[in-house]
Ligand binder design. Structure first.
Ligand SMILES: [Zn+2]
Length: 405
């Protein structure tokens, strides 16, 4: 058995977990000052003030952590961190006024990354992704979702998903990797339409990978010109038949009623939601589907943000993720994105922390973490600060204590 004691603050989020992550209030942070936590292998067995530690735990493997704050583990539930190439020049083009379409026409955008990814070896993709994971872990982020989706052909999409699985095994002791299959990221020009691509690449690849049992969820870019509502619904039905949990990129450029469709098919999460309207908020509030906002993308592209306030107030479960990717958000630091976005999205401290821990875990179907309570997994983030407010107050500064392997 192991334990942390003398923690300046133990932020358990126990009250928020009881509310299923909905409508957080500041008291839902459930802070224990001078707190302690005890765990036995994979389960928390006790939490409380250090002064009240029961005698039966007096001789366990304790670490005394005064001056530190412990929170539920930070989860980045939306990244595209496996890719080849470098798109910094495209960024300069965009600052010069070029839009998404102009960049695509000039050979940039997702199709550039697809080419660079296809030209990268398995070893190169593994190594570059592993470096990115190391850096993300250094911020105190312990669970990371990774999507495939830059192969865009049968062989490379299968290979990228296998590499994500290799990364999962490689980092197993320190970082929990969640493997999302996202061949349905864009429709390559070689295919006549979305259905053609679904039939030739997405469905056969997913079938093969499901047999290997390495896919944790499947995702789709639900948008006009990519995968419209009919194609997205076909994809959802196909995944349901294979019993693969689903996620979607929805309502980013238009209100395609993507949030409503995701909720109808019990998606784990639906992400972006920049154009979602009140009917979408209502559908999410009545569902278990997590509404995941990606404010780093809005910042990086200079676009407006999603309506976090109405989403939270409607009762939806709201998460925030980085969307780390080579094109629209080349920032891997979720905690900084969350700090920066709090005033813009008008989110409180408890709403921000719920969005990057408990609700982000729910977006990955991880119901046994996200709060520090008896029976849950001992998945924590540890910071060298005396109180939780200081972490996001000093935005961009890294207070995390790295996990030992
Ligand atoms: Zn994305």
């Amino acid at each position: 058995m192991k334990g942390y004691r003398d923690l300046s603050q133990l932020v358990t989020l126990a009250a928020l977990a009881k509310k299923d992550g909905r409508r957080p209030k500041d008291s839902d942070l459930s802070i224990i000052n001078d707190g302690a936590v005890v765990w036995d292998n994979d389960k928390i067995v006790w939490t409380g003030p250090t002064a009240s530690i029961p005698k039966e735990y007096s001789n366990i493997d304790w670490s005394s952590l005064s001056g530190h704050t412990l929170t539920p583990e930070i989860v980045d539930s939306h990244t595209h961190l496996i890719f080849g190439g470098d798109r910094s020049k495209e960024y300069s083009m965009r600052l010069g006024g070029a839009d998404y379409q102009e960049i695509a026409n000039a050979g940039g955008g997702i199709l550039y990354t697809t080419k660079a990814t296809n030209n990268s070896t398995r070893d190169q993709l593994f190594k570059s992704a592993a470096q990115r994971i190391e850096r993300i872990a250094s911020y105190g982020i312990g669970t990371i979702e990774i999507k495939s989706g830059y192969g865009l052909n049968l062989e490379k999409e299968i290979e990228c998903t296998e590499i994500i699985h290799d990364l999962k095994l490689h980092f197993a002791k320190r970082v929990n990797i969640f493997n999302t299959f996202m061949a349905a990221h864009a429709v390559p020009k070689a295919f006549t339409n979305a259905d053609h691509y679904l039939d030739e690449v997405v469905f056969p690849a997913l079938e093969k990978l499901t047999k290997k049992d390495i896919v944790d969820a499947a995702d789709i870019f639900h948008e006009k010109g990519y995968f419209d509502s009919a194609a997205t619904e076909r994809f959802f039905k196909f995944c349901k038949n294979l019993e693969v949990p689903i996620k979607s990129h929805a309502d980013e450029f238009n209100d395609n009623k993507g949030a409503i469709l995701a909720a109808k098919y019990q998606a784990l999460s639906t992400d972006h939601l920049l154009c979602t309207q009140a009917d979408g908020f209502e559908a999410l509030a009545a569902s278990d589907t997590v509404a995941t906002l990606l404010p780093g993308t809005g910042f990086f592209l200079g676009k407006p943000q999603a309506n976090a306030r109405d989403l939270i107030d409607s009762g939806a479960k709201l998460a925030i993720a980085s969307d780390f990717n080579p094109g629209s958000c080349h920032c891997d630091n979720l905690l900084m994105i969350a700090s920066l976005s709090a005033p813009t999205l008008r989110m409180s401290l408890s709403e921000i922390w719920g969005a990057i821990t408990l609700n982000a875990a729910h977006a990955l179907n991880l119901k046994d973490q996200g709060s520090i309570e008896v029976g849950k997994k001992p998945r924590f983030s540890l910071f060298k600060v005396g109180q939780i407010d200081q972490i996001t107050y000093s935005w961009g500064r890294n207070f995390a204590i790295m996990k030992k392997s």
